[in-house]
Design a protein around this ligand. Structure first.
Ligand SMILES: [Zn+2]
Length: 89
């Protein structure tokens, strides 16, 4: 699994379609990738905080904000453009 695949899974997680932490590939990548650890930690905390005061559903506006936060963090950690297509050289 690569960083961008993990990020995609995270987006699905925010949408309620996947559950990171139960996926072996996800955990394997996470164990060796600090930028992803930071992002996953952040998203889990954010969701937990949000759910404490709310029922389960995450409104679209919240998801959009979360996604843009994730993208920004990604670029801070990996540099602009690094989160997307990474060609084998
Ligand atoms: Zn990664």
């Amino acid at each position: 699994m690569r960083c961008e695949e993990l990020l995609k899974l995270l987006n699905e997680y925010v949408d309620g379609a996947a559950a990171p932490g139960t996926c072996e590939e996800f955990e394997k990548h996470l164990a060796g990738c600090n930028p992803c650890q930071v992002v996953v930690d952040n998203i889990r905390k954010t969701i937990t905080l949000y759910r404490e005061g709310q029922p389960y559903e995450l409104p679209a506006r919240f998801r959009e904000r979360l996604h843009s936060i994730l993208r920004r963090r990604w670029e801070e950690k990996l540099g602009p453009g690094r989160g997307r297509a990474r060609r084998p050289s």
